[in-house]
Ligand binder design. Structure first.
Ligand SMILES: *Cc1c(COP(=O)(O)O)cnc(C)c1O
Length: 395
């Protein structure tokens, strides 16, 4: 196969999309697929759809597809809910595995919802648990025998800095802690070897690099030998061993399906299942190599043409994910000006302009045009316009 595979996406004309790290674009075929699920499956099969159309198996079936992309075995991943919920599930199961420890370790580069969910769980448990957040570079030194669980996002959403998954997992486990990886900015962006890392839990979302659409279901991985030890905190009926026995008391399924909660979002899950077809003949190594090439080109050109911007992401591609961030004092206004010119990236407070590189639908010529526009916005001070200063609700 060859990249890019632009023809597989419905991208608006005149747009260079550098925000697939936040919301992936619409793959061709998804609209038609969802239309069919609505009119034929839901419309015609009605309640029979749960059996006749395979809706009930969908969370595990789609989970197997995601598993292949993150180096996990079949039967170890299930889909559902949103990533915030999956973080809660993984963390509560992890804490239950280390009853004599009270510390959850994370880093200040983690996405806020992961930290907020940990705080909520701590309040709920009301048993002296503490969340320690340290600088990303200080995680290794902070792992000790008081830590119950290490909760980290592999790739930093702001800077793109990438943790060494294998090394940190080994260290956490040597200290007796449980390792949870959040793969929000990894799945579909780079090679992940979950099985090889040996981590106990992993979670992630599918609306970023996997192009599942806004609100697409999240995933959770449990290391297969631990499946029956992972206690489901959210003990919903579809995680029950026999949901349709309608027993009055909860017994978790002996499989990864215990991490299901309630009725799956069939329309959204169908959009994702269709979107994942693109990956059937794609090797992640190839995506990673192409993403590095695009990112290196972008960094080189921006540094040569926009000296006002300073690189926030690691310079070494080996420790950088699939995004490149630059700091610029007027970053918000500059990004608005850029978006008006059809180059869509995004902005993260306080001053970070963020650009995602997704080789499925981007090539070197797109990067060169994007830099051309960016150089005009910065060099000609096009950002200096009152219209670009009012912040939207979603940045
Ligand atoms: C995008 C992202 C989320 C989003 O969580 P949702 O519940 O899907 O809104 C959570 N964690 C990380 C690390 C993310 O990058």
């Amino acid at each position: 196969m060859t990249l890019p595979k632009k023809h597989l996406f419905d991208l608006p004309s005149g747009v260079i999309y550098l925000d697939g790290n936040s919301l992936g674009p619409l793959p061709k075929g998804v609209a038609e697929k969802v239309q069919g699920v609505v009119t034929e499956e839901w419309g015609q099969a009605l309640i029979r759809g749960w059996n006749a159309c395979g809706w009930m198996e969908q969370p595990a079936r789609v989970g197997d597809k995601v598993a292949r992309l993150i180096g996990a075995p079949r039967g170890s991943v299930v889909m559902g809910d949103t990533l915030s919920i999956k973080v809660f599930q993984a963390l509560s199961a992890a804490l239950a595995m280390r009853p004599d420890r009270k510390v959850i370790l994370s880093d200040t580069g983690n996405f806020p919802t992961d930290l907020y969910m940990a705080e909520g769980l701590i309040r709920l448990k009301d048993a002296g648990f503490e969340l320690h957040t340290v600088d990303p570079e200080a995680v290794s030194q902070a792992i000790n025998d008081e830590v119950a669980a290490v909760l980290l996002t592999e790739v930093d959403y702001r800077t793109g800095r990438k943790h060494d998954m294998a090394a940190i997992t080994r260290q956490a486990q040597e200290a007796g802690a449980i390792m949870i990886w959040d793969l929000a900015h990894s799945a579909g962006a780079l090679e992940v070897d979950l099985e090889g890392s040996g981590c106990e839990f992993a979670v992630g979302c599918t609306y970023k690099y996997l192009n599942g659409g806004p609100g697409a279901p999240a995933f959770i991985y449990v290391r297969p030998d631990l499946t029956t030890q992972a206690e489901p905190a959210l003990s919903g009926w579809l995680g029950h061993d026999a949901p349709f026995a309608f027993e009055t008391s909860y017994v978790p399924a002996p499989s990864i399906e215990r991490m299901r909660v309630g009725t799956p979002p069939v329309l959204q899950m169908s959009a994702l299942e269709e979107a994942l077809r693109i990956w059937d003949d794609i090797e992640m190594a190839e995506v990673r190599a192409a993403s590095i090439a695009l990112s290196e080109l972008f960094i080189r050109e921006v540094e040569a043409r926009c000296p006002q911007l300073s690189l926030v992401s690691p310079r070494d591609a080996a420790i950088r994910g699939s995004q490149v961030s630059f700091a610029f004092e007027h970053g918000y206004a500059a990004m608005q000006a850029l978006i008006e010119r059809g180059v869509i990236g995004d902005f993260r407070a306080p001053n970070v302009m963020r650009f995602g590189f997704t080789p499925l639908y981007l090539e070197a010529s797109d990067v060169m045009s994007a830099v051309e526009h960016l150089a005009a916005v910065i060099g000609d001070r096009l950002w200096d316009n009152p219209a670009y200063r009012t912040a939207n609700r979603v940045t």
